[in-house]
Design a binder for this molecule. Structure first.
Ligand code: ADP
Ligand code: MG
Length: 697
């Protein structure tokens, strides 16, 4: 945008001194640019006018032109209402107001014609409309408007009579004077290729659409632009990094072949082989690897991680893996130790609770290179942790790793940045991966190891608990073990802990002959370990726990997962939890317990879980239901804050935007070509514009 758009809102016709502070404080609109980019979030179709005779109950909305015949006030005090009779040549309708009666009385003089809009109802056999929107009908021109923009507003604004019409009016004033100043932000080439409308036209049509078709074009154009610049920046980061940071070249693979042929406990899936090839290609390319590895729960990411570590170790480098929690670090350590031992490789664990004495030795071996694999939590990022030669760092993450943290990792090798492999704990939708991790290359394990029996998921209401207990009893008699999980959500921690304890007691009563374990976040690590170990050794049959068992825990003999208050869990969390069973040879079950009354979204979550075991499908539904900002892993990340694009719906546009960005930057990395000057200029402008950008890059 240009200087014109930096002007303060107070300079705009219609922004009165009364309105100005409201627009500033309630909507954070300060400049012309802010206003014009304040897009409607939906539109009301006002293209159609009804005859009163055509209006019937059950219509979502109706719009008509009617003449006031008469009105009367009925009742007194706060029960008073004003009822007006309105007609056109086809029939009559009653309009009713409970509030603002004084103002209505002054406005609706009998004989005047108005355009009315609202939801029709029937009351005592009469067609009625309560609190309709109204506008004095003066000329036919008024009926030519079509899609009315609806802006998101606050209660405070409405109280001061700033509604969507007022905002649309301001937009109209602004558009009237700003047209010559709206710069095109996409190159002619792109506009032609995707048959986009101009920026000017798009801004006009997004606020004051002439028709549904125009509105569609305006959205398409603005979404493309937003996603294109988002992808352009991410792709550029990726390319810059590839070109400026060399990577250690790992070419010797003897160790790996040995492991593959002598120690691999099973045949790798084709998907595992494919991603290993992709990773290997990076690790011998001479450029630093920055790759995201996606795979569903149980798809076998751990073995892939280990095989990649072998490649680093074979080439005289060290490897580390960082997990989001102690429990998961533990699990990784135990799992990897088995392989490491078989291969004669040294491995150690570092977490917040590693004792000082152990640390000293560990640091020493890390610095002199005796220690080859380090498994741990974020403690690995701390300063005293110095590697001799860190070659590969794997981040098994649940939450997004901040930029600062990633930078810290890079510094763990002063000579040459380590290769970085980020593994997601649960799948995320493709669109989200592209935006959140657009600066990384992406590998996907899209296949589960053969021979797994799909987990059966069942929904039961709380009232059927006895039946569920009966089922649990039968499974225990078959020799299986069971998880019962309770939600623990921080805000209501005390209450939740009580739920857990109550649940524990009722299960103790129901299963007097079984041994129970309990696990929750408030327990000391040693106690947690103890309980976990008992369960693993099958000394206990039922594990009553909070979501601390969510990540990583692997007990193949546990084949039933009962999730209490399942309505309180998010989809990805439910899927993660379910992934704790189905790890052995037996048929596994996941039972979702809920109360009887469920909201629409909750129903959809439960239905989705019952219907599919596919984590990628589940992630798509999650994105649809929650929007990108609330999905796990995306919190605190501004990267998904979009003004107009919708990551749940715009995957096609995003795909084109990314492909176009890659194509342009590959052909013209510095954006020096004449045809790309528009793009270059736009990037420079956006850089000045703090919004959105600073958080991401
Ligand atoms: P995740 O991707 O969830 O981290 P894991 O790496 O924990 O999955 O693997 C889940 C289980 O599947 C482990 O017990 C692992 O040993 C096993 N596994 C991994 N790959 C294969 C394979 N190709 N064939 C059979 N079992 C496998
Ligand atoms: Mg894992």
């Amino acid at each position: 945008m240009s200087h014109f758009f930096e002007q303060e809102l107070s300079k705009l016709k219609g922004v009165t001194p009364q309105r100005l502070p409201l627009l500033q404080n309630e909507l954070r609109l300060f400049t012309f640019a802010d206003l014009i980019q304040y897009y409607p979030f939906r539109y009301e179709d006002r293209t159609h006018f009804h005859k009163i005779r055509e209006i019937h109950e059950g219509m979502e909305h109706a719009q008509f032109i009617g003449r006031i015949r008469s009105y009367e006030k009925i009742g007194v005090g706060h029960k008073q209402r004003l009822v007006a009779e309105v007609s056109d040549e086809s029939g009559r309708i009653e309009l009713v107001w409970f509030k603002g009666i004084q103002w209505i009385e002054k406005t609706i003089k009998p004989g005047l014609e108005f355009i009315f809009y609202g939801k029709p109802t029937f009351f005592n056999g009469n067609l009625q409309m309560t609190h309709p929107e109204m506008e004095l009908f003066k000329s036919q021109e008024q009926t030519e408007k079509s899609f009315q923009p609806i802006y998101s507003l606050t209660e405070k604004l409405r109280k001061k009579y700033i509604d969507s019409k007022v905002i649309a009016g301001l937009q109209k004033n602004l558009l009237a004077i700003s047209f010559p100043y709206i710069r095109e932000t996409l190159s002619e080439e792109i506009i032609q290729r995707f048959k986009l409308i101009s920026k000017q036209e798009a801004l006009y049509q997004i606020h004051l659409p002439a028709s549904e078709a125009w509105l569609h074009q305006a959205k398409r154009r603005l979404k493309f632009e937003e996603l294109f610049y988002n992808q352009l920046r991410l792709v550029k980061h990726n390319l810059i990094r590839k070109n400026s940071y060399p990577g250690q070249i790992f070419s010797s693979a003897a160790l790996l072949k040995n492991f593959y042929h002598e120690h691999l406990p099973f045949e790798l899936t084709d998907a595992q082989k494919k991603v290993i090839r992709e990773i290997f290609n990076d690790m011998k390319s001479g450029q630093q690897m920055n790759r995201l590895l996606q795979g569903d729960v149980g798809s076998g990411k751990t073995i892939v991680a280990f095989i990649c570590m072998l490649l680093a170790i074979d080439n005289k480098a060290q490897a580390c893996i960082i997990a989001p929690t102690e429990i998961l670090a533990d699990q990784h350590f135990k799992g990897l130790s088995v392989f490491a031992e078989a291969m004669g490789i040294t491995i150690a664990k570092l977490t917040g609770s590693t004792k000082k004495k152990d640390r000293i030795e560990l640091f020493e071996n890390l610095a002199n290179g005796k220690l080859q694999i380090l498994v741990g939590t974020h403690a690995i990022l701390e300063d005293p942790v110095v590697f001799k030669n860190l070659g590969l760092c794997i981040i098994d993450e649940q939450h997004r790793f901040g930029v600062a943290q990633r930078a810290k990792l890079w510094e763990k090798n002063q000579n040459i940045h380590p290769h970085i492999l980020v593994m997601t704990a649960t799948p995320i939708p493709r669109t989200l991966a592209m935006t959140l991790y657009g600066d990384l290359d992406i590998s996907v394990i899209d296949q589960l190891p053969a021979g797994r029996k799909p987990i059966q998921t069942i929904h039961r209401f709380d009232a059927h608990r006895l039946q569920v207990f009966g089922f649990m009893q039968r499974e225990i008699e078959k020799g299986r073990q069971i998880y019962v999980v309770y939600p623990l959500i921080e805000e209501s921690e005390k209450m939740d802990l009580k739920d857990l304890m109550d649940g524990y007691e009722s299960i103790s009563r129901a299963f007097p002959n079984q041994h129970l374990s309990i696990l929750h976040g408030k327990m000391k690590p040693a106690d947690k370990d103890f309980e976990m170990a008992r369960f693993l050794k099958q000394e206990t049959q039922i594990m009553v726990a909070t979501t601390v068992i969510e990540v990583g825990v692997n007990v193949p003999n546990a084949s039933v997962m009962v999730i209490e208050n399942a309505e309180r869990f998010g989809l990805s969390q439910l899927h993660q939890l379910r992934g704790r069973v189905g790890r052995g040879a037996d048929q596994s079950y996941c039972i979702l317990m809920t109360k009887y009354e469920l909201g629409v979204d909750t129903k959809k979550r439960i239905e989705t879980m019952v219907k599919t075991n596919n984590g990628f499908e589940i992630a798509e539904v999650d994105l649809e239901l929650r929007g990108p900002g609330d999905m796990s892993g995306t919190r605190q990340s501004g990267a998904v804050d979009m003004m107009i694009a919708d990551l749940a719906k715009d995957s096609e546009i995003l795909k084109f935007a990314r492909e176009t960005a890659i194509e342009i930057l590959t052909a013209d990395p510095e954006l020096k070509e004449e045809k790309n000057q528009v793009i270059r200029q736009q990037i420079a402008l956006q850089r000045k514009d703090q919004t959105n950008w600073a958080q991401i890059s």
